[in-house]
Write a protein that binds this ligand. Sequence first.
Ligand SMILES: *[C@@H]1O[C@H](CO)[C@@H](O)[C@H](O)[C@H]1NC(C)=O
Ligand SMILES: *[C@@H]1O[C@H](CO)[C@@H](O)[C@H](O)[C@H]1NC(C)=O
Ligand SMILES: *[C@@H]1O[C@H](CO)[C@@H](O)[C@H](O)[C@H]1NC(C)=O
Length: 371
Amino acid sequence: MSPMGASFALLVSSLLVGSPSAQPQPEVVHEWTFVDYVWPDEESRIEALQNGDYIPENCAITGLKVYNGDIFVTTPRWKPGVPAALSRVVDGVLAPYPRWELQEIGNCHAFQFVQSMEIDALGRMWIIDTGRAEGFNYSEPCPAKLRVWDIADERFIRMHEFPSSVVPPTNFLNDIVVDLTEEDAYAYITDANEAALIVYRYRRDESWVARHEVMLPTPGAETIIINGVEFSTNTAIDGIALWNSEQVYFCPLTSFELYSIPTEILRNETLATGNLDDYIIEHPQRPSQADGMVVVGDTLYFGSLAENAIYSYRVNNSYEMVARDDVTMEWVDTFAVSDGYLWFTTNRLHLFFLGQLAEDEPNFRIMRVPL
Ligand SMILES: *[C@@H]1O[C@H](CO)[C@@H](O)[C@H](O)[C@H]1NC(C)=O
Ligand SMILES: *[C@@H]1O[C@H](CO)[C@@H](O)[C@H](O)[C@H]1NC(C)=O
Ligand SMILES: *[C@@H]1O[C@H](CO)[C@@H](O)[C@H](O)[C@H]1NC(C)=O
């Protein structure tokens, strides 16, 4: 839309950086032109290809977490033909996780649309579900949910159906961080359609919603130019990261801004649902729009979409480019931290939505760089 947003991004980035400092370059752990799944048998795969339950070019990897050597990914159901919402990567193929029966579209006991999950220090996977797979005609959409899965025990230990006053059927639950406190646990979840920050309190199984105008898309930041391809989006609060159990960083995808808010405010329902003007902290503008974010120690990492790059940010310091690759790092999406590595997915989401994914070279990657 506004070419000013894009040229501004380029200007700022050229002021802020040059090229990444002499740091180890990211390595590709897995890459795919199109992903495939571990099917019960070859016949089910052929049948799914024939009846449209599996349309390879419609399956985009976004969410990523790594735990005890296992790599977990999500393939959101933005388009029809995505057979599983959540998987574990086994020999380069996506094994529906925890099992096939939990992937059934139209069955509200199963996953419908999972964009992200988080794994906490106690080995529990917190999985968000918008409640509706695109392209499926629900008689009634499933309620948006937060499920907590114990990885070692292989069982769900919590299933929270969000009230529609907190998460309406039109939601896009996008990303999640988990805050373990001494006596409780909280999840903070971005809703990119409703421009809202959802708070879930584990012990009392309650949720509430925080809103502020900075969670809306920033006018003028709609256009992203990636390797010469123009892509426009109008996406509200999306990336989220938790610093030291104290500050929740967030940003709309359509924005150059970065904000944070104290967890102390979000955990208090009265304060969180009130006027947040006095609590929101504005950080310096970033060089480009960003999708996922993560905090490691006291450093925030985020992708820089127009630059195929990753930046670091230490609170109250400047942004610094830590990695860039115009070939392998188109659309840095989600981050994970494990085994001394910063892991991330890159997925050419702009080409996915424009219907321009490559047929003969990798579109989707899982990468990592030593911390
Ligand atoms: C969806 O289902 C409803 C109710 O069964 C039906 O009236 C409607 O025509 C369906 N729409 C499509 C696009 O199939
Ligand atoms: C929430 O904040 C209000 C206003 O500061 C305070 O009165 C209240 O005690 C807090 N609630 C909790 C549970 O801490
Ligand atoms: C960052 O700067 C702000 C404004 O000067 C200050 O209030 C805040 O305490 C600083 N944060 C850190 C972590 O230094």
